[in-house]
Every structure is written in C-alpha cells, then in structure tokens.
Design a binder for this molecule. Structure first.
Ligand code: FES
Ligand code: FES
Length: 175
C-alpha cells in the first residue's frame, strides 16, 4: 500500500487493524503525533489528511492509503519552524509539549476551515463567509485538543497572533 507522508511517497505492507497513529509512530518513526487517550477524546494524535484534521488514533492506516498525510514533522523542522511553532514559543503555548504537535496540526486545519467560511457552534451568522477569528471562535474550534498543562491562554494567543494577523492583512489587501 502507498501513502504520501510529509510530501514523500511511502510504500509498506500493513496489518489492516493498524491505526494510522501506530503506523506513523511505530512503522515510520514519526513520533510527533502522540498517543494520549487512544480513543478520540484528547486530540494529541491529530494529523492532517489532504489538509483536513483527523484523530489518527481512530483511523486505520489502510483507510487512508493513497492519501496525503501531514504530521508535525511535515509542517516545520528545527531551523525552519512553522510560524505557529514560533508563536507557541513566543506566547508560552505549551509546558510539557505533549499536546503541542496535535494543537498545531489542528490549528493549521482550523485556519483553513475558517478561511472557507465553515461556521462553528459559536458563529453568530452561519451564512457569513468572513468569520472573525475571535477568542471564542478559537476556543470552540480548538476544543477537541486538550492540554493537561492548561496552557490554553498561550495556545489561543499564539493562534490569534498568526491567523488573526493573516486575516487582518487579507482584509487590508482586499480593501
Ligand atoms: S490519542 Fe487520539 S484523540 Fe487522544
Ligand atoms: S503542554 Fe502539556 S499537555 Fe499541553
């Protein structure tokens, strides 16, 4: 079976019962995505599939054959950090760091959902295409990613700093 993982083709035989998370960690040795609860409750295992966020502990690797998987290792690296990684450092968006790869993968997909005008449970006007990136929107949209260290204020600030600024720049360009 074949996958594209972090931009590179991967070909492996895999037991049909293997979760995508175990495949990434144990076969490909990509240890960024974490196994927190292993039952879809914490978001530590969040990765991107064709740009959409999923809990990889709830997915089978074979389900996603042929798809493009991106883990935190594919978003940034030492010396070439993703802007969100830099913002998490600047805004104290983590303590132990266990949840951080999942938080960042999730936030990347969240920003794309927002850009596409996908409403959340706290969006006042669900028909709006230009949804403001408020703290409430970020908290709601990131509510599937738990942080046992309670670094939530820093996480929200980091996301706001990166995507709030991008949204403002986009509006200025459109004006
Ligand atoms: S490890 Fe997948 S949601 Fe917790
Ligand atoms: S930084 Fe420790 S769990 Fe989030």
């Amino acid at each position: 079976m074949r996958w594209i993982v972090n931009g590179a083709p991967v070909e492996e035989d895999v037991d049909v019962r293997t979760s995508l998370l175990d495949f990434l960690r144990e076969r490909l040795h990509l240890f960024g995505a974490k196994k927190g609860c292993n039952q879809g409750a914490c978001g530590a295992c969040t990765v991107l599939v064709d740009g959409e966020r999923i809990n990889s502990c709830l997915a089978l690797a074979v389900q996603y054959a042929g798809r493009e998987i991106t883990t935190i290792e594919g978003l940034g690296a030492v010396g070439d950090l993703h802007p969100l990684q830099t913002a998490f450092v600047e805004h104290d968006g983590f303590q132990c760091g266990y949840c951080t790869p999942g938080q960042i993968c999730s936030a990347v997909a969240m920003a794309s959902e927002l850009e596409r005008g996908v409403p959340s449970a706290v969006t006042e006007d669900v028909a709006a295409t230009d949804i403001a990136l408020t703290h409430d929107e970020i908290r709601e949209r990131m509510s599937g990613n738990l942080c046992r260290c309670g670094a939530y204020n820093g996480i929200v600030d980091a996301i706001q700093a990166v995507y709030g600024a991008a949204a403002q720049a986009g509006k200025r360009e459109a004006a």
